[in-house]
Structure formats: C-alpha cells, structure tokens
Design a protein around this ligand. Sequence first.
Ligand SMILES: [Fe+2]
Ligand SMILES: [Fe+2]
Length: 183
Amino acid sequence: MITKKDEIDDLIDDRGPDIVTWGPKYATGIKLMDRQHEELVFLTNQLYHACLSGNEIAEKKFKDAMKRMVDYVHFHFGTEQQLLQKIGYPHYIEHKKMHDDLIRSILEAAKEFNEGRKFVPNHFVRTLKDWIFGHIGIEDKNYAEYVAEQKKKGRLTEEEINKIVTIAEPPADSAPAKTTSKQ
Ligand SMILES: [Fe+2]
Ligand SMILES: [Fe+2]
C-alpha cells in the first residue's frame, strides 16, 4: 500500500463502517487495475472516516487526505488510459473523455468545498464516492469485458498488460507519476 496509513489513521476517532467496500462488482480481472481501484477504496474510506471523526487534528488532515485522493484518481486515470490506448480499446476516446469530465467535476467540487460554498465534508465524500465508483462499476467493467475477450482469444496476457503499462506507483505525498506516452 502506498499511502501513509498509520499517520492519518492514528488521528481518526471514527471506526464505523466504511463508505465503500471492495467487491466483485468493481473487479476488472486485471491485476494492475484492481490494485489501483482497491487503493481508491482505501483512500475514499480514509477520507470518509476523517470527515466523520470530528477530531480537530483529523479535520486539519482532511484536506491533505482529499488532495492525496484527487492526485491518486488523476494518476490512476493516466495509467488506465495508457493501458486502454495501447491495447487498442475501441472506446478509448469516449473513456478518456469520461475521465476528463470526472476530473473536471471533482476539481470543481473540491474548489467549491474548499471555498466552503457548497458541500459539507460528509456529502462531499459521498459525492466523490458515487462518481468514482459509479464509473468503475459501469464504465471500467466495459473495458474489462473487452480485455477478457482478448485474453480468451489469446491476443493478450496479464504479463503483456504489465509490460504495456510503464507507470511506476507514485510515492505517498507526491504528485502522480508522469505517464510515458501521450494520453
Ligand atoms: Fe479505473
Ligand atoms: Fe476508467
């Protein structure tokens, strides 16, 4: 796991149920993508518990956790686009546009949240969760089907997928890694 779990978790009092749970409805069957999606589950839950805790220090950490999550979404979309482009996914352009729209919406919402204009933290995290996991549960499942078909036809292997994607995991607290190809 790439995130400094303990540092933030130590500050969080709330130990109630998570807002999102990893499960088959999000699984693409592509190890690299599933690992990144699982990281998004972790980051979303961390953000959720930070906003519920009411702990003053945790609240100070909330914006950091939010930035970390937005950065990771950005990084993940970059990796995914690189993969979809290189395997010739027929709906790459549309998928990339959905990512672009999602990032724009998230950044606008984050700006409104930061300016205290629109969201209370709880609603903000729920909105983020619905956007991101709605996309994973529906749109990412579509490319997963395509990849599964390609694997079945012997045109693609998990090993090839890992070779195709050349992005390194970004270290915690840093900007997302740069992709090595045009997206
Ligand atoms: Fe994804
Ligand atoms: Fe996606």
